[in-house]
Design a protein around this ligand. Structure first.
Ligand code: SAH
Length: 246
């Protein structure tokens, strides 16, 4: 058993760095308009400082409106979190971009096609779809069965054979597909679960929102077999990482 570094339990306070709000509205309905709205969303992401071409391409391709309720679809390309039922939300596009860009930064384009990635918190499946367009193999775990099924339905039409959805509690990670080159946690915990730290390859990166009332994105790099390094990034707001399944 590898030692758990003390700093992972007591993370330093968030360095709040507020990002400017960007609004992109869908010009009259969806379809072709959704492609234009997506292109505007990607431009907005660029203006916010997202640079990674692979991440921007993936976000230009995945139809975010197909992951949310039809009543909210006209807001799909605004930079906002939206409800997806069961008290959960789809993360805002800038957060999805920021998280993926951060965990992919250490992998040159040639290595991404072989990279094994875990997402904790599938929700509606949007971020999983983006991850599957950036990385070779993606596993995404969700603890709410209804959302797991909803994501399966949302993702069917996209035909992403390199994406596997798992139902269960992500605190334990998904050992069958471990170790991972990158792990993205989409719900906030007090501390990063041990199992996730153990399921990182040496050299891998993990990003997770940590905290309760105040949260910040934490980037962890497994720099050696027994050494993890932490960097605290932006202040964020995520739904909580809960134990067990429902
Ligand atoms: N990835 C989503 C965001 C989903 S919101 C997106 O594309 O926008 C976070 C999700 O994490 C919720 O669906 C919630 O049910 C799930 N979640 C919370 N705790 C979890 C746990 N322990 N294991 C797996 N999923 C969990």
């Amino acid at each position: 058993m590898t030692r758990r570094p003390a700093w992972l339990a007591a993370a330093p306070p968030a360095t709040a760095r507020k990002r400017p709000a960007v609004t992109v509205t869908v010009p009259g309905g969806l379809g072709l308009a959704s492609e234009r709205a997506r292109a505007s969303m990607v431009d907005a992401l660029r203006r916010l400082g997202v640079r990674d071409a692979g991440v921007l391409d993936a976000m230009a391709q995945v139809p975010r409106h197909a992951f949310i309720d039809a009543a909210l679809a006209s807001r799909a390309y605004e930079d906002v979190a939206l409800p997806i039922g069961h008290g959960q939300t789809i993360s805002r596009p800038s957060t999805v971009a920021r998280m993926i860009e951060t965990v992919v930064a250490h992998l040159p384009a040639a290595r991404r096609a072989d990279a094994q990635v875990l997402e904790v918190g599938t929700g509606c499946g949007y971020q999983a779809a983006v991850l599957a367009r950036v990385f070779g193999q993606v596993v995404s775990i969700e603890r709410v069965r209804a959302l797991h099924e909803q994501a399966r339905g949302n993702l069917r039409a996209l035909r992403l054979p390199n994406l596997r959805l798992v139902f269960g509690d992500g605190h334990a990670g998904v050992s069958q597909a471990a170790p991972y080159d990158a792990i993205v946690v989409a719900a906030a915990a007090d501390a990063i679960p041990d199992a996730l730290l153990e399921q990182m390859k040496t050299g891998a990166r993990l990003i997770a929102p940590i905290g309760t009332t105040r949260q910040a994105l934490h980037l962890v790099e497994r720099v050696e077999r027994d050494r993890w390094q932490l960097t605290v990034l932006d202040a964020v707001r995520f739904v909580p990482l809960r134990a067990g399944t429902s």
